[in-house]
Design a protein around this ligand. Structure first.
Ligand SMILES: Cc1cc2nc3c(=O)[nH]c(=O)nc-3n(C[C@H](O)[C@H](O)[C@H](O)COP(=O)(O)O)c2cc1C
Length: 319
């Protein structure tokens, strides 16, 4: 399958955001205009030990096209886990995480730690791509510019012949976390490196508003754009970009959205888990609004689901 068939030029994609972009959130964002969704990172080892029952592995048809992301450091384990995911869950593509800087992940040599070891990175990508190929699916790698120094050219050179068909670049170093600014000119460089090889490039980093999506396409030439943190603060960002207008998003609308999401989360998570998870999102969703503290306080301190729901209903009923 060619990358062009799998990933469409012009797509605007919901990024994987561990803890937030679970199945109900992905469904909601597809309804709000995201062209593609992505699972958060799932451990290849965990899949081999425990199977695919974990809620992290769960998705529905309404989230498609959906890319399933794995992390690991052992090509053999990645191959076996990827084969199982491809065969039993049939996502629309498989992705290797080579960008996560969290200690729990990099201490196992996985995620962004792969950027320190280009040979291992390539072996892991090749294993994932081979499993994907056997299932007729495309494969991608989501990466950063390097660990503590920018090695983009060297890393891409290694990845070119691994069988992957797309690259997502969060244009920062792993050690930078989220500090400083994503280096969009490096996305442009990646497009120039990748295009002659037929690799599809997805740009990522610091999209804050709908006009940034337009600007990233224009300034970098990337074929698709991925939006992360901004989608938590403004889940309407995809719709705003597509309709080329900013929407009114008063607290009442945000609360209604949270109630709609919570309803679907109750189908997937235990009530306490759903309420705990949505509190994290609420802090993002109300960010920057006037009166945010007074709105949020009763929600974040709600002791049980019914008082959280009541609090949301109060806000939803207002203007
Ligand atoms: C809370 C959080 C969780 C994340 N989880 C993942 C993940 O599971 N897999 C991944 O590849 N990237 C993950 N990322 C990185 C994002 O996908 C994205 O690359 C990064 O946030 C930059 O894009 P943005 O500036 O649009 O947010 C995460 C980022 C955040 C803030």
């Amino acid at each position: 399958m060619s990358a062009e068939v799998a990933f469409q030029t012009g797509e605007v994609i919901l990024a994987p955001l561990a803890g937030y972009t679970h199945s109900p959130f992905r469904r909601l964002l597809r309804r709000l205009g995201a062209d593609r969704t992505w699972t958060e990172l799932v451990s290849a080892e965990m899949i081999l030990q425990k199977g695919l029952e974990d809620p992290l592995c769960y998705f529905t048809e309404a989230e498609r096209p959906l890319v399933f992301q794995l992390f690991g450091a052992d090509p053999e384990k990645i191959f076996r886990a990827a084969e199982r995911v491809a065969r039993e869950l049939r996502p629309d593509a498989l992705d290797l995480n080579a960008g996560c800087p969290v200690r729990k992940v990099v201490s196992r040599g996985a995620g962004a730690a792969l950027l320190k070891d280009p040979e291992r990175l390539a072996a892991c990508a090749q294993a994932l791509a081979e499993a994907a190929r056997r299932a007729g699916l495309p494969a991608s790698v989501k990466m950063r510019l390097g660990w503590d120094k920018d090695r983009l050219e060297e890393l891409v050179e290694r990845l070119l012949h691994t069988g992957i068909s797309a690259l997502v670049l969060h244009a920062r170093l792993a050690v930078e976390g989220f500090s400083g600014q994503a280096r969009w000119p490096r996305l442009r460089d990646l497009v120039q490196l990748a295009a002659p090889e037929g690799l599809f490039v997805i740009g990522n980093g610091d999209i804050k508003a709908p006009e940034d999506i337009k600007r990233m396409f224009k300034e970098t030439g990337c074929q698709a754009v991925m939006v992360g943190r901004a989608a938590l603060r403004n889940p309407w960002i995809f719709k705003e970009y597509k309709e080329n207008r900013l929407l009114e998003k008063p607290p009442s609308l945000r609360a209604r959205l949270a109630l709609e999401l919570l309803e679907e989360m109750f189908q997937v998570f235990r009530p306490e888990t759903a309420c705990k998870k949505i509190k994290g999102l609420l802090a993002q969703l109300f960010k920057g609004l006037p009166g945010k503290k007074a709105l949020l306080a009763p929600l974040l301190t709600a002791e049980n689901c019914s008082s959280l729901i009541k609090g949301l209903q109060n806000i939803a009923g207002g203007q």
